[in-house]
Design a binder for this molecule. Structure first.
Ligand code: DGL
Length: 274
């Protein structure tokens, strides 16, 4: 086990798409990934449940010695991050930091839209929280933000059906629906860790003037910037290029599916969290 890794948390496999970008940009650090597969998906769960589960996972990552934790899960970032930062972290470990993926994305997404209109595609939980609308407004007050919940996309991807005709149907349904919401939308933000696996299918349905953004590179660039601005955290992180993976469910399943999300074979370990 690395001594002071960057903790990366997700409800399941999806955060591996974010970890991929983190490792590619910042390979020198150690990473400890935790996927709460036994209780995933979080997308339709209540605020209280997502908060409780995420807090347990954060506590575990802190116990493993992570000075910094990234909630790679949009649903957890939307529903649990603020509470953990404001109510729990000072009690658990006042010197540690927990970051999410919504704010770094909101900080830059407006720069991509020429027409001033962005569509956010996400889980039910993220859409209902309105976190993206509220955060984007802080940085781009004039930006028009429309949202679309795509609850079928995560199960399709988790069941390896994302290249099937069934996936075509559901991808088309949501893409058409979101574009009908506002004629000026020229940027589609994939605000869920799983959706990058559908990016080519989504692109094929769009006119050329509309671009699709995945979050991984945005989050990794933002983390790099954060570490430069926070030497007190950066100096504490161990740097042996190690990657360790834990799942709360079966390791064989995790290892098999993880390859799809991470792009390379991994060996995970099991942890029980209740
Ligand atoms: N990781 C979640 C997210 O980014 C998607 C999967 C889930 O619903 O748990 O919102």
């Amino acid at each position: 086990m690395p001594t002071a890794p960057i903790g990366v948390f997700d409800s399941g496999y999806g955060g591996l798409t974010v970890l991929r970008s983190l490792v590619d940009r910042l390979p020198q650090y150690d990473y400890l990934y935790l996927g709460d597969n036994a209780r995933a998906p979080y997308g339709n769960r209540s605020f209280e449940t997502v908060y409780r589960y995420t807090l347990q996972c954060v506590e575990w990552l802190l116990q493993q010695g992570c000075p910094l934790i990234v909630l790679a899960c949009n649903t957890a970032s939307a529903k649990a991050l603020r509470n953990i930062q404001q109510n729990d972290l000072h009690r658990l470990d006042p010197n540690a930091r927990v970051l999410g993926v919504i704010r770094p994305t909101a900080e830059v997404v407006g720069n991509y839209s020429k027409q001033g209109a962005v569509a956010v595609l996400a889980t039910n939980g993220t859409v209902q929280s309105r976190s993206y609308e509220l955060e984007i407004e802080k940085f781009f007050p004039a930006m028009k933000v429309v949202q679309e919940a795509c609850p079928m996309w995560v199960p399709l991807i988790e069941n390896n059906e994302h290249n099937s005709p069934g996936a075509d149907y559901f991808v088309r349904q949501h893409v058409e629906r979101v574009l009908r919401q506002h004629p000026d939308v020229d940027t589609l933000l994939l605000a869920c860790t799983h959706y990058p696996l559908l990016i080519e299918k989504i692109r094929q349905l769009l006119p050329e003037r509309i671009q699709v953004l995945a979050q991984g590179d945005i989050v990794s660039e933002s983390l790099q910037d954060y570490l430069q601005r926070h030497p007190e955290i950066n100096e504490r992180l161990s740097r042996e290029g190690q990657r360790t993976f834990y799942t709360t469910d079966a390791v064989d399943d995790f290892n098999n599916k993880a390859t799809i999300f991470f792009g390379e074979r991994i060996e995970s370990r099991h942890i029980d969290l209740r």
